[in-house]
Ligand binder design. Structure first.
Ligand SMILES: Nc1ncnc2c1ncn2[C@@H]1O[C@H](COP(=O)(O)OP(=O)(O)OP(=O)(O)O)[C@@H](O)[C@H]1O
Length: 349
């Protein structure tokens, strides 16, 4: 069902290098959150700290009432079972076929019989759309398929939390769209808590319920998707709109001269906020909020054109979405560039 992760005052250093300090956020149970940030701001370190592979200097990470940072190795091992992790390259064993790769955690961490393992592996393979590829070696399949296999392996112990480390790295835009759809569909189905680290702005703008931004050794902002997409805060605005003008420079912060040179430059208006990527079968995710709700509740006027079906998330397959009224409506096939697309399950690219 997914569990909440409450992070408070988290600080991580390596020697004299502070990676980030005083990070406080709550990943809500069952929701999809994305963590963004320029390269080297410690997103991977954050994921590794959450799962207990790295120890923070200070702060707490509370899951089910237990602070991970205070657990002994044995108890930490138990809590780690709540997590499934999709590593960047899928982290598959090159000499094992996909079936054995996916079965590996079950054979390693459970006493299940081979018959039970066959049932579970078959179920996860179907979930990620890899039927027929079980006998292939990782080196014989595409990057997209390797990600799917890595995801199936992350799912076999039925995790409550799934961490995705740059799931879209190395994928072309079409494969990224399919993977994003799979992530949304999977979240609807298993209702686990998802945290995705990504550099892909389209993914960040359209997939999650919440967005966070790490910048300059701290968490610049974390909150509902609409809050960040309507934010005028310079760092958030620059990053989420992939602009050069703003405080972030080539090697992180711009110096005073660079900023002075930009003064007076007019920023382009905020682009419309797209509808969140719907599930491919039209089911409404339990944690999805009606489009525009956060803006309305907080008295924020979203950028013109927001939440119109023409701004539906790129990659969306024609399917019912939740409209501003809170009632499900159907994205008209005639307005969807993907009208007539079949389900993603058969796609194994
Ligand atoms: N085990 C380690 N020991 C020392 N320094 C480390 C260790 N792991 C990461 N770092 C440093 O922490 C910083 C943040 O690294 P991290 O990989 O988390 O960044 P990132 O935001 O994920 O970057 P990218 O977007 O490029 O993947 C880097 O300077 C890195 O060199």
């Amino acid at each position: 069902m997914g569990v909440e992760i409450a992070v408070t005052g988290l600080t991580k250093t390596f020697g004299s290098q502070t990676i980030w300090r005083d990070v406080t956020l709550t990943l809500p149970a069952g929701e999809i959150s994305v963590m963004l940030g320029p390269s080297g701001t410690g997103k991977s370190v954050f994921l590794k700290t959450l799962v207990g592979l790295l120890k923070p200097d200070t702060g707490s990470i509370v899951i089910n009432g237990r602070d991970l940072t205070q657990l002994r190795e044995h108890d930490l091992y138990e809590v780690r079972k709540l997590f499934g992790v999709l590593f960047q390259d899928g982290a598959l064993f090159g000499s094992m076929n996909l079936y054995d790769n996916i079965a590996f955690p079950l054979r390693e961490h459970t006493k299940k019989t081979e018959a039970e393992i066959r049932r579970i592996v078959g179920e996860k393979i179907e979930l990620v759309g890899l039927q027929g590829a079980e006998g292939k070696l990782p080196g014989e399949i595409s990057g997209g398929m390797r990600k799917r296999a890595g995801l199936a392996r992350a799912l076999v112990l039925d995790p409550e939390i799934i961490l995705f480390d740059e799931p879209d790295s190395g994928l072309d835009p079409v494969r990224t769209a399919y993977l994003n759809q799979l992530i949304v569909d999977l979240n609807a189905q298993i209702e686990a808590t998802f945290l995705i680290v990504t550099h892909d702005i389209n993914t960040a703008r359209t997939v999650p319920d919440n967005i966070g931004l790490l910048y300059h050794r701290h968490l610049a902002m974390f909150g509902p998707r609409e809050m960040l997409l309507s934010s005028e805060e310079p760092v958030v605005r620059q990053f989420l709109n992939a602009q050069r003008v703003g405080p972030i420079g080539m090697s992180e912060e711009k110096d005073a001269d660079e900023l002075a040179a930009e003064s007076g430059q007019e920023l382009p208006p905020l682009p419309p906020i797209a509808l969140q990527l719907p599930t491919s079968d039209g089911s409404v995710r339990r944690t999805a909020r009606p489009a525009g709700e956060w803006c309305r509740t907080n008295g924020v006027t979203p950028p013109p054109g927001s939440f119109e079906s023409s701004t539906v998330a790129a990659g969306a397959i024609a399917a019912p979405t939740v409209a501003t009224s809170g009632e499900p409506t159907v994205t008209s096939p005639s307005t969807s560039p993907y009208a007539g697309s079949s389900t993603l399950v058969g796609e194994v690219g």
